[in-house]
Each structure stands twice: as C-alpha cells, then as structure tokens.
Design a protein around this ligand. Structure first.
Ligand code: CA
Length: 240
C-alpha cells in the first residue's frame, strides 16, 4: 500500500503548495495527497501563496478571497519556473485557454478525483523537470495489465473482467472499485480510501453509494464472498 510521507528518490518529498480557501476541499485534498507521499503546504489566500516557501508544484484555486487566481498565477510565474495546476469550479473552455496562456501547466475543473489529480501532478512534474516523481506517488498495480486472481481475471487495459473465463459486464465505477481492491488482494481498504480513489477526494455524499456498488460487484461476479466486509473499517478482496 501507499506509504504516507515516504521520501522520494532524491531523499525529499515533492513539496506541493495548495492554494485553496475552501477547507472542505483543502482538508481532504491535503490528506489524500499526503497519502501519496506529497508534502503539502496549504494556504487560503493569494497573498499567502506569494509569500510561501518555494514549492515543487502549485495547485492553485482560481477563486480566492483576496486575489484572482489568474493574478496569483501570473505573479508566481514572474517569480520562478514553478509548475502550476489550476483548480477551478469554472469549467468553461475560455477559462481553460486563459489559464494555460498565463502559464499554468494544466487545468482541472472541480469536481475531480484524487487519482486524476495525482496523475496530472505526475505528468506535469515529468514534463517540468524530466525527473522521477516519488515512488510513493505511483500506486500502480504491480506488473501486467492483466491480473489473474484465482478464477477472476482483471484486465486494466481493456477494463474487462472475467470469472472462470466468462465475461462480466461491470459499470465504470464498479470496475474501478474492483481494480482498486485488486491492486493489493487481501489488504483492507478503508471506506474513505475507496471513496477518495474511486469517487472524489471531496466526496461528501451518502457513503451508501459505496455499499450499493460493492453489492453490485458481488452479484455480477456471482460470489458474495469475493469482497469481504470488514465492519466499521472497509473492504478487501478475497481470492480463492
Ligand atoms: Ca475558492
């Protein structure tokens, strides 16, 4: 599993400056990114962002209380070559163009999943520095795209699942859920971990959604025992 706070190959964690005034987003995001091994400093205003210690990457909310995120981006850019990923509730194409023209390296419209954000961070850091991102930021399944787990076959490349060679049609979230549990068969994944990675780091809806999806996967795989419920904790994949 992920080793929170794990040092990168150069001995230090990648430092991420999160500029976000909304604590309901910043809290879970900080926690989630920490689990991927990033050292996150969070500030809530543009002024604090410009005064913060240099970071390896900036996650910049466009709608800040004191300044427009676009101005913050411009000033950060003037100060140095730090990669910037803009986060915004405005999903319009013009915002995207403006953001990128001002030197943002990428742009993510809310809501986004933690997994998607981490993928973007890794891509931006690769492009910016052409150097490896901490190993802790790579939760990829070991080895091949096709994973054999007893009678169960999970193919991440084609997003297909088979049981005893029979194709099983899973909905996208059902596949993501199964693929996540299959990353470390037998390991317990907490409800929050699953919600963060399959749904969204600031998912505040009913967690019943998770149970509904677990039930659907069990039913479609034809074996209720394949996903074990660990009471008050989470779930794990059981492969016989
Ligand atoms: Ca905001």
């Amino acid at each position: 599993m992920l080793n929170a706070g794990q040092a990168g190959r150069n001995g230090t964690s990648t430092r991420v400056l999160l500029v976000e005034d909304d604590s309901r987003i910043a809290g879970p995001l900080t926690e989630g990114l920490s689990r991927y091994g990033f050292a996150v400093e969070r500030v809530g205003t543009g002024a604090d962002a410009l005064a913060a210690a240099p970071a390896d990457l900036v996650l910049l909310d466009l709608g800040l209380p004191d300044m427009d995120g676009i101005d913050v981006c411009r000033e950060l850019r003037a100060a140095g070559p730090v990669p910037v990923i803009m986060l915004t509730a405005r999903a319009g194409e013009s915002d995207r163009v403006v953001g990128l023209e001002l030197g943002a390296d990428d742009y993510l419209a809310k809501p986004f999943s933690l997994r998607e954000l981490v993928a973007r961070i890794r891509a931006v850091l690769r492009r910016a520095h052409a150097q490896p991102v901490p190993a802790a930021a790579a939760p990829a399944p070991a080895g091949a795209a096709v994973q054999e787990l007893g009678s169960l076959t999970v193919d991440r490349r084609t997003r297909q699942v088979q049981v005893h060679g029979r194709q099983v049609a899973l909905a996208p979230k059902e596949f993501d859920l199964l693929a996540l549990l299959a990353e470390d068969p037998g390991a317990v994944y907490s409800r929050q971990q699953i919600l963060d990675q399959v749904w969204d780091p600031h998912y505040f809806g009913p967690t019943k959604t998770l149970d509904v999806h677990v039930a659907a996967v069990r039913r479609k795989l034809g074996d209720p025992g394949v996903i074990e419920t660990i009471r008050r904790v989470g779930f794990r994949l059981v492969c016989g």
